[in-house]
Design a protein around this ligand. Structure first.
Ligand code: AKG
Length: 252
């Protein structure tokens, strides 16, 4: 297991709003995740509610693009989320106890995998203070061709930008004035087992998968700092509206 300098990670996270941990998990651990994902997709996806399963094309199972709350469907993912090295790292970076909120599966299927619109996760989280992390764990090689994650360095120190509807399932809100002069992007080409962690206010996005034969599989872990309080009324209202829209779309 690789070790990382915690102090250095904390400083970099504070400064840049994201950190990169190459080889955070090893090949055998990546393989285990793939096996458990395959099993979950086969056995649990058919019975998951529409707000937990998103496809690029509704009637084409090969275009599965996102799953929500994996830990509520499988003990293996529960153990990865809670009491794990991921949870410990979140606590170091946020300098607080943490509450695990979501574990997502992301894929961008070849040719159909759409862009991830520029956004700040904190816009969806509705926290005060807005202190949370999202971890993005690569499960296969990802580069410019199949849609690597891109960050605007230091954007977490400049507050929440205006967001509006994107029409993208799974990323319903995007920054409305993205592309300003100070929106300078950096990106990392990643291998299976590499981990990226960003602050809830860090602006990020990803391109579409332009390859004709490569998928782009990853896991996302979301942890809130214990000091961050959710505006539960606003969040519930937003989630209910979104779930209604997803259910309507899945029936049409
Ligand atoms: O996988 C992606 O394209 C982006 C994921 C993302 O935006 C997130 O985890 O917050």
């Amino acid at each position: 297991m690789r070790t990382f300098d915690q102090k250095q990670l904390q400083e970099q996270f504070r400064e840049d709003g994201f950190v990169f941990l190459p080889g955070f998990i090893n090949e055998a651990e990546v393989e285990q995740i793939h096996l458990h994902l395959e099993k979950l997709i086969k056995e649990k996806v058919p019975v998951m509610p529409p707000e937990h399963v998103f496809y690029e094309k509704k009637d084409d199972p090969s275009t599965l693009k996102q799953l929500q709350t994996l830990f509520s469907y499988d003990d293996f993912f529960y153990r990865l989320m809670f009491g794990s090295r991921f949870e410990a790292l979140a606590s170091v970076l946020l300098d607080d106890g943490v509450v695990g909120k979501n574990m997502q599966y992301f894929n961008k299927p070849p040719l159909t995998g759409k862009p991830t619109p520029p956004h700040q996760d904190g816009y969806y989280f509705m926290l005060e203070p807005n202190e949370a992390v999202t971890m993005w764990l690569g499960l296969e090689p990802v580069n410019e061709e199949n849609g690597c994650v891109r960050y605007v360095k230091g954007s977490h120190r400049k507050g929440i930008r205006s967001h509006g509807k994107t029409g993208t399932l799974g990323f319903s809100q995007g920054i409305t004035d993205y592309g300003r002069e100070d929106d300078k992007e950096v990106w990392r080409v990643t291998k299976a087992g590499d981990l990226l962690v960003h602050h809830s206010l860090t602006i990020h996005r990803a391109d579409a998968n332009m390859s004709s034969d490569r998928t782009r599989k990853a896991l996302g872990f979301i942890y809130y700092a214990q000091k961050a309080k959710e505006n539960t009324a606003a969040k519930t209202a937003y989630q209910q509206k979104l779930n209604e829209e997803i259910r309507k779309a899945s029936l049409s």
